[in-house]
Write a protein that binds this ligand. Structure first.
Ligand code: 5GP
Ligand code: ZN
Length: 113
């Protein structure tokens, strides 16, 4: 999508600290990290968010999570990390291109805020 922030990051029109890229997914450092590791993993295909995802997009949603797991393995944070999708403004979603947050490298409490 032309005016989508994360589509623009994928296209390189807005700089980001890229962590990983493959045919389907793109991962980069969150600009405002909430933990020592705070990566965002996004599908290259524009999907507004989890509630907009269709059954045909099930595979790419899964691929984003597996990319998160691979980054966690590479970062050595497998003792405990969290993947999060904020869905809707009431849950804090501020960018409407589906993204998985990967948070780790510190102790994480439950329930989250
Ligand atoms: P949300 O609030 O939608 O779940 O998550 C959006 C995330 O994107 C936030 O954690 C925010 O810090 C991050 N973010 C917003 N704008 C940018 C940007 O331009 N670059 C990067 N790297 N992260 C961004
Ligand atoms: Zn987008």
């Amino acid at each position: 999508m032309n005016d989508c922030l994360f589509c623009r990051i994928i296209r390189g029109e807005i700089p980001s600290k890229k962590i990983y890229e493959d045919e389907h997914t793109f991962a980069f450092e969150d600009i405002n990290p909430q933990a020592p590791t705070h990566a965002l993993i996004i599908p290259k295909e524009h999907i507004g968010g989890l509630k907009e995802a269709t059954a045909e997009q099930a595979e790419i949603v899964g691929r984003c999570h597996l990319t998160a797991a691979n980054i966690a393995r590479q970062r050595g944070i497998e003792e405990g990390y969290r993947t999060v999708l904020n869905v809707g403004p009431g849950a804090g979603q501020s960018v409407f291109h589906l993204h998985v947050h990967l948070l780790g490298g510190r102790s994480l409490h439950w329930p989250p805020g």
